[in-house]
Design a protein around this ligand. Structure first.
Ligand SMILES: [Zn+2]
Length: 524
């Protein structure tokens, strides 16, 4: 083979990850400008490393730069993986989620999306690359000026497009994230907010429960007309439930969503989140507040959700006391029983479920493995069938958990309510040929959440003019939950806005913005 042809093929082989990245970008809806910038930046970095590697004869320099090259490839492959799985570049939303992730989640994530042959391919590729670096000689190498010129050119191009560097973005975002959470934590972890004034609640006795679900889409719930009976238990209680049909989550990631749900922050004024939260409101209204969670309190950092929860009087993270990694949501039952028995007469209990989190198959016990036949989907593959079945089984287990909680509260025969919603949904081969939740894809199934209210007879007697039946079809976004929450909890305060409460006669529909310029109700 002619020397230059051999050179060309070798170079193509060394550029393989970059070429895959380029092909992927051109397949998806990435603008030409972004594609060009990504390609130029990463191309320049790759050429720079290769030029140094082939220009030097020093084995130590060669060794060090080979390691840098393999790290560069790994980073590029992660970018390829994220683009391939979520049709999205690594951006701030992805990084924020990553910073709040813990080891178990990373492990589960890899279990969900990673295939063994990816690892084998990468290993084989890396092995050949290292062999080439230490044995191959390019024809042009004898002209020492060539790699030198290349190095200068690459530094120039790389510098011009350095804003495309994932490493730089990650570092900057991390600093910003640290700053943000430390600033915010100074305010939201306080038991009371100075912003709320004249907070009042007249009740002498109350047992109020807010269940925060995880990744459970309304789409897969039988009680919301899914074709499978994924809600046999809640269906039995149907006459006692108010099923709100058109409620969405503000975002499609746990932290980003709950940040809005718990606080005054919304799409237009996210920074209002530091002014006040539902926990502070409940404290100020005289409730004893409890946070019972089956989610992990610690990520790389303390997560934003657990910072919010710090404002409650009592917190109990099951995962802290119970070391085994997969815990079913029923572990919360004994904790709930205990709290129900406790002294305070006005209690507000928040339950944070593991729900139907992405490792669906771990979210339910084996005897809840109910759906095993072929599910309906337009994306027909064996993998899709298995994942849909696991998700539906997880939803069916979640149905058991939520209904058990309602039954426990009901048995107390006191002034009480239970409200259940999910932090966001998951799209499990519904609108998109994949599963999970990611704002880069942001399909409707990821926003559609259940919003279910149960009221005790005693609660109803205290508010005879109550009528939820004519409000069930309201188009509502959970970013205004604080107003619905205070309305339902009969908490009055000066800053209350009745137009933002789904339960209020004065409610007014507002545009449900899910991203800049995108109104959920107007997109197709
Ligand atoms: Zn979530």
């Amino acid at each position: 083979m002619k020397a230059y042809l051999k050179d060309l093929l070798t170079l193509l082989f060394l550029c393989l990850p970059l070429l895959i990245y380029l092909i992927l970008m051109s397949m998806y809806d990435v603008t030409l400008k972004t594609t060009a910038k990504e390609f130029l930046f990463n191309g320049a970095m790759l050429m720079l490393l290769l030029s140094v590697l082939f220009a030097t004869t020093n084995r130590i320099v060669k060794f060090i730069f080979s390691i840098i090259l393999l790290c560069f490839y790994s980073l590029l492959l992660i970018q390829v993986g994220v683009l391939y799985t979520f049709y999205n570049f690594i951006d701030k939303a992805v990084l924020y989620t990553l910073f709040e992730t813990n080891f178990n989640e990373v492990k589960g994530f890899i279990d969900s999306y990673f295939k063994w042959y990816y690892g084998v391919s990468v290993f084989v590729y890396f092995y050949i690359v290292v062999r080439i670096i230490f044995s191959y000689r390019f024809t042009l190498e004898k002209y020492k000026i060539v790699p030198l010129l290349l190095i200068f050119a690459c530094i120039g191009v790389g510098y011009r497009f350095f804003e495309r560097s994932v490493l730089l973005l990650s570092t900057n975002t991390y600093v910003e994230y640290q700053d943000y959470t430390s600033q915010l934590s100074k305010k939201i972890t306080h038991k009371e907010s100075t912003y709320f004034t004249n907070v009042e609640n007249d009740e002498n006795e109350a047992l109020y429960v807010v269940i925060i679900g995880e990744s459970s889409s309304r789409r897969n719930m039988g009680i919301y007309d899914y074709y499978r009976d994924t809600n046999p238990k809640l269906s039995q209680l149907k006459d006692e439930l108010y099923l709100f049909n058109d409620v969405i989550s503000p975002r499609t990631h746990t932290i980003l969503s709950l940040d809005r749900v718990f606080s005054l922050g919304d799409f237009h004024n996210p920074e209002l989140n530091e002014l006040g939260t539902i926990f502070q409101l409940a404290n100020q209204a005289g409730f004893t507040t409890y946070w019972l969670s089956n989610q992990e309190p610690l990520g790389l950092n303390e997560t934003l959700v657990s910072l919010y929860a710090k404002a409650t009087h009592h917190q109990n993270f099951v995962t802290k006391t119970n070391k085994s990694s997969h815990k079913l949501d029923e572990v919360l039952f004994p904790l709930l029983d205990e709290v129900i028995q406790e002294k305070p007469s006005k209690k507000m209990i928040f339950l944070h479920l593991k729900g139907t989190h992405i490792f669906y198959w771990d979210a339910y016990p084996s005897h809840f493995s109910f759906f095993n036949d072929q599910p309906k989907t337009k994306f027909e593959s064996e993998e899709a069938f298995q994942i849909i079945n696991a998700y539906d089984n997880a939803i069916r287990y979640n149905d058991f958990v939520v209904s058990e909680i309602i039954k426990k509260i009901r048995s107390k025969n006191t002034n009480s309510y239970v409200v259940y919603f999910s932090d966001h949904g998951d799209d499990v081969f519904q609108d998109n040929n994949s599963f999970g939740h990611h704002e880069g894809i942001g399909t409707n199934a990821m926003y559609e959440v259940p919003f279910i209210v149960w009221l005790s007879e005693e609660y109803k007697q205290n508010s005879l003019d109550l009528n939820f039946q004519n409000k069930l079809n309201r188009k509502y976004t959970l970013e205004d939950f604080i107003y619905s929450f205070s309305d339902l909890s009969r908490i009055r305060f000066d800053q209350f806005q009745p137009i933002k409460s789904i339960f209020n006669e004065q409610f007014i529909y507002k545009k449900r913005m899910v991203s800049p310029g995108v109104n959920y109700d107007e997109r197709n």
